[in-house]
Design a protein. Structure first.
Length: 753
């Protein structure tokens, strides 16, 4: 079709479209841009497409055959915001000797080819529906001799269902310089058309996924340029002495070669501050930069340059900032000497949290938390208690308040605990990130231990402890969310120990949340001053009766403790535990999978993780970092208490003492109040793709082993999905041959499927 005819046709379509939509102007279609480079992306924006409409996406490229009369036209990465039912992918080409079409979605492809009839090929590939992206629609063939231009039409058509708003996107390749006419037809009428010039080039551009990043975290920049083209990228020189002070390019990224590239005068000259990038077929490339606690706190500029013309460039700035520190104390904040509680928080400013204590009769600038005879020395980490920071920026430290026994005449004192991002004392904490929490420590008379910090509903929990002068009527009081249990007998033994068991049937009646525990010691007379009247009321030492059933958990426990404070001789110690929804039946199906080495989950490369939770579970996540995935990947609820997630793995399990060790994938089930249960993990074994004999290596012997297994020779058992490396649905001798060629480095067998 000549350019003049295309322009005339565009004008006619626009006129007809304006007539058709008069009085029903809801449907709108726009096609952009008006020019792209080879491999560039076309976008078709659609709004208010009526459901059930007959929809057609038509492309009419200007095709010039090569010297051998061959031609190729590709539509890549075709995505649609709606589903096409009963679709056809139709191709018409003339004048040609032959032509064909190949449609590929993931690992599935359909191909059809025909010889020209009077120089014309008209064929179609049918589907039941198209909802997933089409990775490739390729039209290729052989033009008739001495033909300068092939008239080609490629259409994707069917009945539209689902969302009628969104964008169709696809790439165009196979045209070096020329144009393509893109049209949209609805119910047989053209509603939009755009002639797109192909071959014009654009300068590279670069964007960052965030404007600032807390150090020891990563960020990503994305550059856009010409397809399959090499560009240079570098961090601009900031006048810093060492490489560790810069954001550094993460190693092992596809299409990124650190330590190379155009070295401009303004570039930082270190191995991982510069790289050559090769764009993909869509003309893009993403690059991850890592920062650490040694990265300078400042803004950095990252520049991308076209090596063919260094004057063509683009840049983006990312600021590296300090993190922060937080600290909280578990329980009520009031503890007896000898009682342990957990300090926890976050630290995004360092890999270590430094802890010290201030309070009555202690040095002004603080003492070491676990040995208060050691004053902290500013800048000397060994004089501070330390807690390592986990990969998710959290930290935890278990403190035994017995440390304050070394303070003379401690009765009841308030202390301040400092959590600091560096070993700085009280006089200098303002120079770094820090947080504080206040606690009250009382002289001890009772110690208490819980068998666990949390209990799942339906499980039991044991409360035990010791007391120096043990009367038989030491009792346990429980204050849970909507749950009360008063004066539970704790038993006793000659050695001063006591214990009380909360049974599984009792925890089933508890609401997820915190439950405060108070151990009441009646003193030397053995007669408690505060006693229960019934299931919700108590009577204090003065004879006043108090209704604890009408109060919230914390209010009720405080009222009870205040009653003990007013008593003549009662003593107490407090603790708490968390009631969480139960988690059962954690499993992976299958229990062993191979690594996904080609980015497409083939047969047997996916495991279904599942776990069963109680009715109050609102969300479940699973830590897939051991598989190379997210630390908190969401699981999907099936509505019957079961939660599942489909996973693949890019990293194998650890290999220890001649065997792969299952990776334990920690599960976190959370209720609507944010109460989480992290008591279970799902074991999954991941082996190297192709490692048929499970020896942590992929060698020619694995190919031989696979062949012997397929032939039914005894002594060669294997998980067949591990050997299915040739993209098939079952294990065959073809997989053994493919693996052998891969190991030998033969071209075309670089990737195991």
């Amino acid at each position: 079709m000549t350019p003049r005819r295309r322009i005339l046709r565009t004008l006619i379509v626009c006129l007809l479209f304006s007539i058709v939509i008069e009085g029903a102007a809801a449907l709108a279609v726009t096609i952009s841009p008006d020019s792209i480079g080879s491999g560039g992306t076309v976008t078709v924006d659609i709004s208010d497409l009526p459901a059930g409409s007959s929809f057609t996406l038509r492309t009419e490229p200007e095709i010039t055959p090569d010297g051998l009369n061959s031609f190729v036209f590709d539509m890549t990465g075709v995505t649609m915001p709606f589903t096409l039912t009963d679709p056809d992918i139709r191709v018409r080409a003339e004048p040609v000797e032959r032509a064909g079409v190949r449609v590929q979605t993931g690992s599935t492809a359909k191909s059809l080819e025909a010889l020209g009839q009077n120089g014309i090929v008209d064929l179609a590939v049918g589907y039941n529906a198209i909802s997933a992206p089409l990775d490739l629609v390729r039209v290729s063939g052989e033009a008739m001799a001495e033909v300068e231009t092939v008239d080609l039409t490629a259409e994707i058509s069917g009945e539209a269902s689902g969302v009628g708003n969104g964008a169709i996107t696809f790439g165009i390749a196979g045209i070096g310089e020329g144009s393509v006419q893109v049209s949209v037809l609805v119910d047989g009428s053209e509603v939009a058309t755009q002639n797109i010039v192909v071959g014009s080039t654009a300068p590279p551009t670069i964007e960052a996924n965030k404007e600032s990043v807390v150090y020891d975290n990563n960020f990503v920049v994305t550059m856009v340029g010409e397809p399959a083209t090499v560009y240079s990228l570098y961090v601009n020189d900031a006048g810093l002495a060492s490489e560790e002070q810069y954001p550094l390019i993460a190693p092992g990224q596809p299409g990124v070669l650190p330590g190379t590239g155009v070295l401009a005068d303004e570039a930082a000259d270190f191995p991982y501050t510069k790289a050559n990038l090769t764009t993909n077929a869509a003309g893009t490339r993403t690059v991850q930069f890592n920062t650490s606690f040694t990265t300078e706190i400042r803004s950095f500029t990252i520049t991308v340059v076209d090596p063919a013309d260094p004057s063509v460039s683009d840049a983006v700035s990312v600021a590296v900032t300090r993190g922060d520190v937080s600290v909280t104390a578990s329980g009520t904040g009031v503890y007896y000497i000898g009682e342990e509680f957990t300090l926890s928080g976050t630290n995004t400013d360092n890999a270590t949290t430094y802890l010290f204590l201030t309070g009555p009769d202690l040095p002004e600038n603080g003492v070491k938390l676990d040995d208060i005879t050691v004053p902290v020395v500013d800048g000397e980490g060994s004089t501070f208690a330390q807690a390592g920071v986990e990969s998710d920026a959290t930290w935890e430290y278990r403190w035994n308040t017995s440390a304050v026994r070394q303070v003379v005449d401690v009765d009841s004192s308030a202390y301040t605990i400092y959590a600091v991002s560096a070993p700085r004392d009280k006089a200098h904490v303002g120079e770094v990130k820090y947080a504080t929490t206040s606690v009250v420590v009382k002289r001890d008379s009772i110690t208490v231990t819980l068998s666990a910090d949390f209990v799942a509903r339906g499980d039991s929990l044991t409360i035990s402890g010791t007391i120096s002068a043990f009367p038989e009527n030491v009792s346990v009081w429980l204050f849970g969310e909507g749950y009360r249990s008063f004066a539970r007998p704790a038993g006793g033994a000659d050695n001063g120990s006591f214990a009380n068991v909360i049974t599984g049937s009792e925890t089933l009646n508890m609401t997820p949340g915190w439950c405060s525990v108070v151990i009441q010691h009646p003193g030397t007379d053995g007669i408690p001053d505060v006693v229960p009247v019934n299931e919700t009321w108590i009577r204090d030492a003065a004879g006043s009766e108090i209704d604890l059933g009408a109060m919230e958990r914390m209010e009720a426990s405080v009222a009870f403790l205040n009653a003990i404070h007013r008593s003549r001789s009662d003593a107490y110690v407090c603790s708490s535990f968390l009631v969480v929804e139960s988690l059962t039946d954690p499993r992976a199906t299958p229990t062993l999978i191979p690594t996904d080495t080609d980015g497409f989950a083939g047969a047997g490369e996916t495991a279904v993780l599942s776990v069963t939770g109680g009715a109050a579970v609102a969300s479940v996540t699973v830590n897939l970092s051991g598989l190379g995935g997210s630390v908190a990947a969401p699981m999907t609820g099936l509505g019957n208490g079961t939660w599942t997630a489909n996973v693949t793995a890019i990293a194998p399990s650890p290999f220890v003492d001649g065997a792969y060790i299952p990776v334990l994938l920690a599960v976190n089930a959370t209720d609507a109040n944010g109460i989480g249960n992290t008591s279970v993990s799902i074991p999954l074994t991941v082996v190297k793709n192709g490692d048929a004999n499970l020896d942590n290596r992929v060698t020619l012997y694995d190919a031989v082993y696979t062949a012997r297994h397929v032939l039914g020779i005894e002594g060669y058992p294997m998980t067949e999905s591990v050997g299915m490396v040739a993209a098939g649905e079952t294990l065959t001798l073809a997989d053994a041959m493919y693996l052998a060629r891969h190991v030998l480095g033969m071209p075309g067998y670089e990737v195991l499927h």
